[in-house]
Write a protein that binds this ligand. Structure first.
Ligand code: SF4
Length: 228
């Protein structure tokens, strides 16, 4: 492992966004995080749909704590659709924004019953019909519960790292996703989304990226561009 000890003033690595840079970063991230995967606990598509909705503005650890009991109590779309708003709010309260999350989960499950025989659909078009489900949630569910990759998951870690690597200049997740889909080979979309999240949590953190500990400095045009 080679670490740069001095500030990297000028980036001299492969062109940001080039296949060479993306391949090298992906390879190094695979070496660093060989077991990277979705860190939400689930055993079926409905559980992953609910867990992903709960994960907005909340850590996956907290969501997993809450869903450990939640998934014992609620086993079907009907269970969520028929519980009172107040009761579901209490059951998910510690994930934050619980009123809105409870409202969306109940409404989504009501729609699952009405339109999809109580099952989570496995297409982007149908998933996007569910209240509270945008492309990020749909991509998470499709990729991790069904093994179908239609897009690139873009959460706050992935957007931040994509900008630091020079893969996008956009802030809007939809535009970031389009840039990533254009640059990254499709077979890497799901894998790389997990890898970027792991690196964003461990090293390339939002406020203070740990460039001195990072093994990607020679591939990253943003290395040492932060006050450390
Ligand atoms: S920690 Fe620094 S060098 Fe590593 S990916 Fe983030 S900005 Fe680049």
């Amino acid at each position: 492992m080679e670490l740069l000890s001095e500030t990297q003033e000028t980036y001299t690595g492969p062109k940001p966004g080039s296949p060479e840079q993306i391949q090298a970063i992906t390879g190094e991230l695979r070496r660093l995080y060989p077991h990277a995967k979705c860190s939400l606990d689930f055993s079926n598509p409905l559980e992953l749909l609910v867990a992903t909705q709960l994960s907005a503005q909340c850590t996956d650890e907290r969501v997993n704590l809450v869903t450990r009991d939640l998934f014992k109590k609620y086993r079907s779309a009907e269970d969520y659709a028929t519980v009172s708003q107040e009761e579901l709010e209490q059951d998910i309260r510690s994930t934050g924004f619980y009123r809105n999350k409870a409202k969306n989960i109940r409404a989504a499950c009501q729609l699952l019953i009405t339109n999809f025989h109580g099952e989570v659909p496995d297409t982007m078009t149908d998933l996007l019909k569910l209240p509270g489900v945008a492309r990020k949630t749909a991509n998470v569910v499709l990729g991790n519960a069904f093994g179908i990759v239609e897009g690139f998951v873009v959460d706050t870690h992935i957007g931040r790292l994509a900008r630091r690597f020079g893969w996008t200049k956009n802030e809007d997740p939809i535009k970031v996703e389009q840039d990533l889909m254009r640059l990254v080979p499709r077979q890497d979309w799901l894998d790389l989304s997990h890898l970027l999240i792991f690196h964003g949590r461990a090293i390339c953190q939002a406020r203070k990226p740990l460039c001195k500990q990072c093994t990607l400095t020679k591939l990253c045009p943003s290395a040492f561009h932060f006050n450390q």
